[in-house]
Design a protein. Structure first.
Length: 230
């Protein structure tokens, strides 16, 4: 069973590889801010964290499905409904998104060192929630059939003795600028986190147990995705 990952996140790719899956990665090219703002305007209220990540995960998965079925996927010029110009697109397309929530405020990627520093000074010594949304679409013979989605959440507690100099050094690496909440647990940010309540892979950006459940809900067995040598 082929898995298409609607993301270029190194962390999500690493998680899937560690679980025995070598996905085909495609950039979904979704304007996350525009999609979330449009949905909030249509609803007339601010979206809840679980709604934001589910909405964006679905948008990313659907964008990649459009690429594959429209011939703009792995091979340019492929016929509509095919992944390589000759073979109909088959497999599962996974979209994901994550946000961090502290005091009811949703934080995505900070993008700048100044915003990252501000967030870390707010969250050190405290506990927040990391939400990860998942949307899985089944492709059969070049046709998008069923889809299922789910949101996973984990509690993240940060050390209370992180110094300003440690934060400055961490932010200077650039790592926290392009990840939800301005932190990682699978790289340089790990020593600043004291505990996680919930599935740790959720905090990395993709809950593997949640993905397994979605795969099974679409009628497939998890081992059918294994395609990576140990």
């Amino acid at each position: 069973m082929r898995l298409y990952l609607a993301s270029t996140s190194p962390a999500r790719l690493m998680l899937l590889r560690s679980a025995g899956i070598e996905p085909i990665t495609l950039a979904p090219e979704v304007d996350e801010t525009a999609v979330a703002d449009a949905a909030a305007a249509a609803a007339g209220v601010q979206l809840a964290p679980h709604e934001v990540v589910q909405l964006l995960a679905q948008a990313k998965a659907e964008a990649v499905v459009d690429m594959l079925l429209g011939g703009a996927g792995p091979a340019d010029g492929a016929e509509k409904g095919t992944s390589d110009g000759t073979v109909p697109a088959q497999g599962l397309v996974l979209g994901g998104d994550s946000v961090f929530v502290l005091d009811g405020v949703i934080y995505g990627k900070p993008h700048t060192a100044e915003k990252a520093a501000e967030r870390w000074r707010l969250q050190r010594g405290r506990t927040g929630q990391l939400y990860s949304g998942h949307w899985l679409i089944e492709l059969v013979d070049g046709v998008a059939l069923r889809a299922h989605g789910a949101v996973a959440v984990a509690q993240v507690t940060f050390a209370d003795d992180i110094t300003d100099s440690e934060l400055d050094a961490y932010i200077a690496t650039g790592e926290p600028l392009y990840v939800a909440g301005a932190f990682t647990i699978d790289s340089l940010g790990a020593p600043f986190i004291t505990s996680i309540a919930g599935d740790p892979s959720t905090v990395v950006g993709l809950s593997l147990p949640t993905l397994r459940r979605l795969v099974r809900e679409l009628g497939h067995e998890w081992p059918s995705l294994w395609n990576r040598a140990a």
